[in-house]
Design a protein around this ligand. Structure first.
Ligand code: ADP
Length: 283
């Protein structure tokens, strides 16, 4: 085969190479990108609309700052019906720390539904079947919960997810709360730990792209000694930083909770305050 015919055999009808995507296609895809609202308008605004589907977002912060609350909120918000401007999806919640509280998920679902009824009532008039789906129990039934008690179980569950996602095509978010807990407790070989976690995040990134879903990895913070003082830094630090597309840090500023975009290929660094209310994450 000559060089020209070998090249032609790789072309599609439009002169582009098979398997390659043009930057124009990528821009159009980006503009069609779906987002999951966090419940806080300001946080959605600095995120460019909310948590991005097809990407892996890491959320880090000190204990009690609201990582699990955000994880539960996203597992609820991903279910906002398409008629109300949402994704109408389902959630996978992988709980390694035992922090998911079903009563709290019920409360957050109630909060989400009452806001939808207040804010999108005009749209719901056109979709009479929609309000019937707006029941807290229906929201709970669409969260697939996996309780993980060891790192081997975590690896096995992530491997099993491929089959699960093939069967459950409506899953639009995977929350891992937290990605590092068992690995920090029980894994002595640090180089191997980095490789195993790297492999896990690559797999999750592949799921995000293949199934157009959002992956949210909650992460703990640790202290690092830099230039004579201790600084808070995310667990696994620099060895892990390439594994996620976006990184959001939650932190205290006095008595107020703030969120900060620490890393993103497309968003500028920005900070916003947010609240945790009885209804969930809000402005
Ligand atoms: P993290 O996962 O970062 O350790 P959590 O997401 O568990 O933290 O957040 C726990 C905090 O969320 C609590 O300390 C409390 O301030 C807040 N919180 C939890 N439930 C409610 C509620 N019903 N109303 C208001 N705030 C709440």
């Amino acid at each position: 085969m000559s060089e020209t015919s070998r090249f032609r055999s790789l072309e599609d009808g439009h002169g582009a190479l098979k398997g390659a995507q043009t930057a124009w296609d990528m821009l159009s895809e980006e503009q069609m990108q779906k987002h999951i609202t966090t419940g806080c308008e300001e946080l959605d605004a600095i995120l460019g609309g909310g948590i991005h589907c097809k990407e892996v977002t890491e959320v880090g912060g000190v204990p009690g700052i609201g990582k699990t609350q955000l994880g539960i909120q996203l597992a609820v918000n991903v279910q906002i019906p398409v008629e109300c401007g949402g994704l109408g999806g389902k959630a996978v919640y992988i709980d390694t720390e035992g922090s998911f509280m079903v009563e709290r998920a019920h409360q957050i679902a109630e909060g989400c539904i009452s806001d939808l009824l207040d804010n999108t009532a005009h749209r719901l008039k056109d979709f009479p079947a929609c309000p019937e789906r707006l029941q807290p129990n229906s929201f709970l039934a669409n969260i697939f919960y996996f309780r993980i008690c060891s790192y081997t179980e975590q690896i096995a569950t992530i491997n099993y997810l491929e089959k699960f996602l093939e069967e459950q095509k409506d899953v639009k978010i995977i929350v891992v709360d937290s990605i590092t807990f068992h690995f920090r407790q029980d894994f002595d070989d640090l180089a191997l730990r980095t490789r195993v976690l790297g492999g896990m995040s690559l797999k999750l990134m592949r799921f995000a792209k293949k199934y157009s879903l959002a992956v949210v990895l909650l992460n703990q913070v640790t202290t690092k000694f830099v230039e004579g003082s201790f600084h808070l830094t995310l667990a696994l630090g620099d060895t892990w930083s390439h594994a996620c597309t976006n990184r959001i840090i939650l932190y205290w500023n006095g008595n107020d909770r703030h969120a900060y975009i620490d890393k993103s290929p497309s968003l500028r660094s920005a900070t916003t305050p947010f609240l945790i209310t009885g209804k969930g994450i809000r402005n």
